[in-house]
Ligand binder design. Structure first.
Ligand code: SAJ
Length: 405
């Protein structure tokens, strides 16, 4: 094949499918036999609009195949997870394992591209792993580059094509070659740099958003203390031509923005003071809201609390690293005498994390509001925005998203 993509998740599979769509011969690799079987039968094992059609067509016309082991190819793209350890430093074991698996098939002259979001130095580390595994190929012209993805889940097939991309090479030749490859489908600008700058660019983009959300979250806590409406405050301040404050909420979720800034902190612990504090501010927001819920239910024996939303952001069914889910779990666990009615129109059953708590029940929106002493807004799904304020006029309300200002 022309391209071998290792890791068929949220990034690897769309990338494999779009290369195949553009006529490249692509082989996908995943450690999960279930994922491999799904792809080989033209199916997508997760939810992403439009991806299904691309995969189905590519598999049926033979341009996309999959297996659990890499195969010889001229280019390898590694798109595996980079979780973090308890001390917040990056866990590179998936990248290392993928690189070792690929190493066995190298013959010289190949291009290896790291797409996984990675701490500074990870691309060089990949080169070091290959050097260690294959000393026989020390002068065989193997090239290494980092090309971070920046697509928004839910819009991946559009953003893959339209977004600008950064390509960082261990050498300028590696970057040039990677640019030629991405030109096949990328209609945005492709900007060249070195590998470490490319690694940092991705981390910095998500940290920028994290720091700005932390600013909004801090303002919401200050506003509560001063007895003013943070939503009105932000709206007014944003009328200034050079001010654009983001929206506060229950915290920051998902598997990117709440993770990536820690890689910068781990790389420069004494210097990354603002970035670390922003993480701490956002991570502490669930605890702050739990205290507000407790205060709102004070004086009510065995209070019934309606919790609106479990997802990590509006209008999706993704519960990964969701602060809303954490709040519902922690509150229910700490207050066994409370009856917790979890409302999430995008899921059909109580998520595993809540299933063990006997005082939590997945409840339809209207039923939960009618039964509640306290109504808590955790996610601003469109379905909740349609609820008129008079429906909660008689209730205690803790509104983390400013639904009923
Ligand atoms: N959030 C707020 N207030 C806001 C905006 C967001 O509290 O004003 C919260 C959301 O509710 C959510 C979290 O932040 O819990 C993150 O949501 P998001 O929509 O900002 O971002 P993600 O995690 O879905 O995707 C991000 C994107 N990065 C940037 O916008 C800089 C995406 O482009 C990246 O590709 C993706 O991370 C990634 O994979 O790294």
């Amino acid at each position: 094949p022309d391209v071998c993509v290792v890791g068929l998740g949220y990034i690897g599979l769309p990338t494999a499918a779009i290369f195949a769509h553009k006529g490249k011969q692509v082989h996908g690799v995943d450690v999960s036999p279930r994922t491999v079987a799904a792809v080989n039968s033209g199916k997508v094992p997760f939810v992403e609009p439009d991806l299904g059609g691309f995969v189905e067509r590519a598999v049926s016309n033979g341009t996309l195949t999959a297996s659990t082991e890499p195969v010889p190819a001229s280019t390898y793209i590694i798109a595996v997870p980079t979780p973090f350890h308890d001390d917040h430093s990056a866990d590179l074991s998936y990248i290392e394992a993928a690189t070792r698996a690929v190493s066995r098939h190298l013959t010289g002259g190949e291009l290896l591209i790291l797409e996984s979001t990675s701490p500074p130095g990870a691309t060089q580390h990949m080169a070091d792993v290959v050097a260690q595994e294959r000393p026989d190929l020390a002068h065989a012209g193997i090239k290494f580059a980092h090309c971070p993805e920046r697509v928004l889940p839910g819009r991946v097939m559009v953003e893959l094509v339209e977004n600008d991309r950064i390509v960082g090479g261990i050498t300028p030749e590696a970057a040039e070659e990677a640019r030629e490859l991405y030109r096949v489908f990328c209609e945005g600008e492709i900007l060249l740099t070195d590998a470490t700058t490319a690694e940092m660019a991705k981390l910095v983009e998500n940290s920028f958003r994290d720091v700005n959300i932390a600013f909004a979250n801090e303002l919401s806590i200050i506003s509560d203390k001063l007895g003013i409406d943070v939503w009105e405050l932000i709206e007014l301040a944003n009328h200034h031509p050079r001010v654009n404050i983001l929206q506060p909420g229950p915290g920051v979720g998902g598997h990117c923005i709440a993770v990536d800034p820690w890689f910068i902190v781990a790389a420069a612990p004494d210097e990354a003071r603002l970035i670390r504090t922003a993480r701490e501010v956002n991570d502490s927001k669930p605890r702050y809201l739990m205290e507000r819920i407790r205060a709102a239910s004070e004086g009510t024996n065995e209070p019934t609390v309606a919790m609106l939303g479990l997802a990590f952001k509006p209008n999706i069914d993704d519960l990964r690293e969701s602060p809303a889910l954490q709040i519902v779990h922690d509150y229910a666990e700490a207050h066994p005498q409370s009856r917790v009615l979890a409302v999430e129109p995008h899921v059909e059953e109580l998520p595993a994390k809540l299933a063990g708590l006997s005082n939590v029940r997945l409840t339809p929106t209207d039923e939960a509001i009618d039964a509640a002493d306290v109504v808590v807004v955790l996610v601003d799904h469109d379905a909740f925005k349609a609820i008129p304020a008079h429906r909660v006029a008689e209730k205690q309300v803790v509104d983390s998203k400013g639904l009923w200002r």
